[in-house]
Design a protein around this ligand. Structure first.
Ligand SMILES: [Zn+2]
Ligand SMILES: [Zn+2]
Length: 475
């Protein structure tokens, strides 16, 4: 007896023309990946129906229509309504806590009874088998926003919501992922092999029987507990692929489309903190703040208290905060790059002291501060300290006067002054030495951001000298 007999048998992996293999082995034997796929041809009036995935279209478009129409003849009873809402949450958790966080991301481990409960809930939501769903979802995470992303929002909001299901997809296009762990999961494989039976039972027969045997409302169970409830849960969870990649903030990374928004969270049982989720996909939480709406997280936590779930994974808070700070820094850098910080010192002409004095005599309103020459001509009339003081500094070195000799200017004043730079003095103390070092490519203490923009911190302007000068005489 080989020990492998205890494992669920799995068919051979497909081999693609490029030699790579794929772990989607449960498709029909007659299917030949080497034949041209319909999606290789453009959609025309003659072939459009071949592009449509009719089975999916039937389940997610036509059946709900039948439900909507039948609701005209079947009135909604209170007990049926309460059941439909409860069953909605059951099916929703099957997708969010089961398909998504347990099977696609392995963010926790579940005991057998919980797995069966979640697989049953997932079947009641009619969104494909857990195996199919998780495989695609792993591709989505691995190839987010690219051509290999099965529901890329770059192809339009409607495509990411529903288009990718009602239109056929070329299986060769979708990014491949490893699902060997799912093939080893007996519940997943059983549900995949018995998918249609599971769906019929959980999505339709159970609601009919509960409402019918419970309070005699067989038709209500079918229309509200079954069809319309399926429609709502499908549309809600599809929002994770569409709305969560379109609406909201990006507190952790803005290179790709995933976003955080409370509305998406409300619609999707807490899957709305999708920017966080794409950064930390194996975290069993989507919302990390206690006040954010994530009932799926609360459900998993409750299952842990009941001993049905274990090994709940969380990312260290230190790593989460690092990501958040880096994104904030990036935003800050983008904002800083839009502001005028004055001409960089290395781009300014070098002016001798004599030329500086000469130009000032010839009508230029030049003032030297800490070796940098500033043209204050346009500012004299606006000087908060009055025209007389600023005019008296023209043609002079006002380093001490500006730094406390007469008035210890504010950080804002130093910032404003830097926008008036026109040159640096030859031999002008540190500035020219700094400039020379810069041109000789020596290490200089210039702080730059990731895109090479210089950062001028408050109080660190070149015109600011270390110790405030208290009397004008010291200059
Ligand atoms: Zn996503
Ligand atoms: Zn995910």
């Amino acid at each position: 007896m080989a020990s492998s007999t205890s494992k669920v048998p799995v068919a051979q992996a497909d081999t693609f023309p490029d030699g790579t293999t794929d772990h989607v082995p449960l498709r029909k034997k007659t299917y030949d990946l080497r034949k041209p796929h319909i999606t290789d041809q453009p959609i025309t009036w003659a072939n459009w129906y071949q592009h449509v995935n009719w089975l999916n279209t039937y389940f997610i478009v036509m059946v709900p229509m039948v439900g909507l129409i039948s609701s005209y003849w079947v009135s909604l009873q209170l007990k049926t309504a309460i059941f439909a809402v409860a069953y909605y949450f059951f099916a929703g958790l099957g997708i969010t806590a089961g398909y998504h966080r347990l099977w696609a991301h392995s963010s926790y481990k579940a005991s057998l009874p919980l797995k069966i409960f979640l697989a049953a809930g997932g079947a009641a939501a009619v969104e494909g088998s857990a195996r199919w769903w998780s495989s695609l979802h792993r591709s989505h995470h691995r190839y987010t926003d690219t051509e290999k992303d099965p529901y890329s929002v770059r192809k339009g909001l409607l495509y990411s919501h529903i288009g990718w299901m009602v239109m056929k997809q070329n299986p060769r296009r979708i990014g491949r992922t490893d699902i060997t762990d799912l093939n080893d999961d007996a519940v997943v494989v059983w549900q995949h092999r018995n998918y249609l039976k599971s769906v019929l039972t959980m999505a339709i027969i159970v609601p009919i029987l509960v409402c019918g045997l419970g309070w005699g409302d067989y038709w209500g169970g079918f229309v509200y507990g079954g069809i319309l409830r399926i429609f709502f849960i499908q549309q809600a969870t599809f929002c994770v692929n569409s709305l969560a990649h379109w609406l909201g903030d990006q507190p952790f990374d803005d290179r790709n489309s995933p976003r955080d928004h409370v509305i998406t969270a409300l619609v999707t049982l807490g899957e709305g903190y999708h920017n966080f989720h794409h950064e930390f996909p194996s975290d069993f939480r989507n919302a990390i703040e206690w006040w954010q709406y994530d009932p799926t997280k609360w459900f998993i936590w409750t299952m842990k208290q009941l001993g049905l779930a274990y090994n709940l994974k969380t990312f260290p808070q230190n790593e989460i905060e690092k990501g958040r700070v880096q994104q904030q820094q990036k935003k800050l850098d983008q904002k800083r790059s839009t502001l005028d910080w004055g001409i960089p010192l290395e781009s300014l002409p070098v002016v001798s002291w004599d030329d500086f004095v000469e130009e000032s005599k010839n009508g230029k309103a030049w003032i030297a501060i800490a070796g940098v020459i500033h043209d204050v001509g346009k500012f004299i009339a606006d000087h908060p300290g009055g025209k007389a003081l600023i005019s008296s500094a023209i043609g002079k070195d006002a380093t001490a006067v500006f730094n406390g000799g007469v008035y210890s200017h504010s950080n804002a004043a130093h910032n404003l002054l830097s926008t008036m730079r026109v040159g640096v003095l030859r031999g002008g103390c540190e500035v020219e030495i700094w400039k020379r070092a810069q041109s000789e490519n020596k290490d200089v203490n210039a702080v730059t951001d990731s895109s090479g923009q210089r950062i001028v911190r408050a109080g660190d302007q070149i015109t600011r000298i270390g110790r405030p000068i208290t009397t004008a005489d010291t200059a």
